[in-house]
Structures are given as C-alpha cells and as structure tokens.
Design a protein around this ligand. Structure first.
Ligand code: GLY
Length: 361
C-alpha cells in the first residue's frame, strides 16, 4: 500500500481533509507527555480530534516495550476499536514505531496515520513502514513492515525542538543527501542538496528553508522504500552510517553516557565515508567536508583504542548482517550506492584510528 506523505500548510485543515477521505469507525489518538501538552492542543480545534479517544504512553526508548504495547491494545479494546477504526500516532520515532506496530496487529491490522513531532521522526521513523518495539534488550527486535495510510509533516512542531533534537534529525538528512546523486532515480529536482545542507545556517534557522530541505529529504527515503519496502536490496542504502553508528550508540549506552541516535549516525557517516574512500575511491574532499561539519556541529564521541574490540563485537552482532561478515552500505561517489559491502577487523580498526585522529581524541 502506498503511503501518502502530506506536507502540511495548515494541519488544522489538512488533517480534517484527510479524515474526510478515510472512512473510519472510531478515531483514536496516541500521545506522550510532551505531545499531549505541546502538540495535541493545536489539533484540538478539529472536532473529530476533540471527540477522539486519547491515550498517553510514557516517553523514552526504555518504554518502547511489550508492557506499553499491551497498554495500547487494552486501551483500543476497552474503548470499542474495531477493524474500521483509525489510530493517529502523534509523536517522535518511539511513539510512531510502537503505535504503528500496535495498529498493525490489533484485530489483524487497523489503519493508522503518523504525525511526527520531531525532525528525526519526520525524516526517518514515521515514513517507510518499519514498526516495532524493543525486546530482550534488543532494539526493534519485534515488529512488522506496516505503512501508515498517511504521514502528515507539519514543520511548526519542530520550531520548539532543542539543538540536540534538531541535529539528531539533521544527520539523517545528510545521509539522504549523500544517497542522492545527479542521476539517481530516488532524487528530487535538486540533486545538490548535500551542499545546501552543509551551507545551511543552523545557528539562525530559516524554518521555511529547513522545511523545503526536509521535504526533499523525506522524498528520497520514500522513493527508496517504494522500490524495496521490505529491505531485500536497495533499502539497505538507508543503513549508510548506521553500522558504525549503532555500535557507537550501543557503546555509549553500555558506558552510561548515552548519545542520541542521530549523533551516532553523524559519527558513523564519517567512518563509513572513510571506508568508502579507502575501499571504493570515494572523493576525499567530500569526506573532509562531512567530517568537518560533524566535528563543528556534533562535537565528538570519544573513546580509546582499548574499545576497538568491543566496537567490533557490537558490529558483528548487528542484526543488519545476513552472514558472518559485517554488512556496510558504502558509496563510490555521492549517489552511487554499494550495498552488501564488508570490511575486516583491520580495516575497521584503521577507520577508528582515522576517526580518533580527525576528532583529535
Ligand atoms: N531507518 C531506515 C529504514 O527505514 O530503512
């Protein structure tokens, strides 16, 4: 089922328009503490939203679990949701992942709409149909591919995001721009979005411009997902930066100094572009541009060479690996994607050396 992506001009009109086109019996809204307080009031001038049954779940990745999932099913069940009901997920990536999964299995599947309230959620989690929860200490271990019937993107929600949340989403936008070459099928008109992103003034944000960049970025993901919804091939392109990135993120949690997902992806991009340079001849100038941008805007995730072995083990256990080898998506050049690449431990160590040298650790 194709997912409709709606760029809102005024969500108080766009959402009722959408609802009037979807025949449903019972409307339900999922929020968390922040979205209930800061985002829901904007929607409550819509009569259908005022009348909808609402449920608040706890925020934070630690609550993306069976217990929260089961509480959503209880809420739907006790409030008479049926197969024709519609669930609106109003929140960041954790909420749209969990709410989408709850909807995908309730009565064998009800429709849902995502309204992402974070940049990261809009550019990544809410789009593309990956839903799920964490289980047994493993991230997104249980889930389903289940696209929302529509994703409504309203950049007004992002204007109150703090620096960290904004930069977290921006890293995924950089990734999408790197996947977007001059002739790539999945790119929209301006193939040069990488340079626009690198030039964009994040100190003094022009939200209208950010909105344009965001929407182009979302379309890159949408077009890749359309070609390969269940990640048999080209969707793996979206894993660029994520093999090192997930290992950095996991190490940061193990060491009780967690870094946000998007920051880990930013550091991961630097490493994987370095691997792209050494293994596939990726342009060193672009590598340096990205590394400089990351260093200036994301600071550094510092570690020592005694942590190389642990990072290697974390990469070996990454669920993206389909064989015993570590799976990477690399680039020959911007937009020239090479999926299913591997690297040995020595190459990974060399990459970590480069990262630590560049960031002056
Ligand atoms: N977050 C990567 C994907 O949706 O495939």
């Amino acid at each position: 089922m194709k997912q409709q992506i709606i760029r809102c001009t005024d969500i108080t009109k766009d959402l009722p328009d959408l609802l009037s086109n979807l025949q449903f019996d019972g409307l339900f809204v999922l929020t968390d503490k922040n979205t209930e307080r800061f985002c829901l009031p904007r929607l409550e001038i819509i009569p259908e939203i005022r009348r909808a049954k609402k449920f608040r779940i706890p925020d934070g990745d630690e609550h993306k679990d069976l217990q929260t999932l089961s509480s959503v099913w209880e809420f739907l069940s006790q409030n008479g949701a049926n197969r024709k009901s519609l669930l609106i997920n109003l929140g960041g990536g954790m909420l749209t992942d969990l709410g989408g999964f709850a909807a995908s299995a309730f009565k064998r599947g009800i429709r849902f709409v995502n309204i992402p309230t974070t940049l990261l959620g809009a550019v990544d989690a809410a789009v593309g149909g990956k839903t799920g929860i964490n289980f047994n200490g493993l991230k997104n271990e249980i889930g389903a591919f289940a696209p929302a019937v529509a994703v409504l993107i309203d950049s007004n929600f992002f204007q109150t995001l703090d620096h960290t949340n904004l930069f977290s989403g921006y890293a995924e936008m950089l990734k999408h721009a790197l996947l977007c070459g001059r002739d790539a099928m999945h790119c929209v008109s301006t193939w040069d979005s990488l340079n626009e992103l690198l030039r964009f003034d994040l100190g003094k944000i022009d939200y209208a411009k950010l909105n344009n960049l965001l929407f182009e970025s979302v379309l890159v993901k949408e077009r890749i997902v359309e070609q390969d919804p269940t990640e048999q091939g080209i969707r793996k392109a979206l894993n660029l930066g994520h093999t090192f990135g997930h290992a950095f993120e996991s190490l940061s949690h193990e060491q009780n100094r967690p870094i946000p997902h998007g920051y880990a992806v930013a550091y991961g991009l630097v490493c994987e572009l370095y691997l792209s340079f050494t293994k596939l001849g990726f342009d060193k100038t672009v590598l340096t541009q990205i590394a400089r941008f990351v260093k200036e805007n994301y600071g550094v995730f510092a570690f020592d060479c005694i942590h190389y072995q642990r990072l290697y083990e974390l990469m070996l256990h990454d669920k993206k690996n389909e064989t015993a080898a570590i799976n990477f998506t690399l680039l020959k050049e911007i937009g020239e994607i090479e999926i299913n690449q591997t690297a040995n431990q020595q190459e990974i160590d060399e990459t970590l050396d480069f990262y630590r040298d560049y960031f002056g650790i």
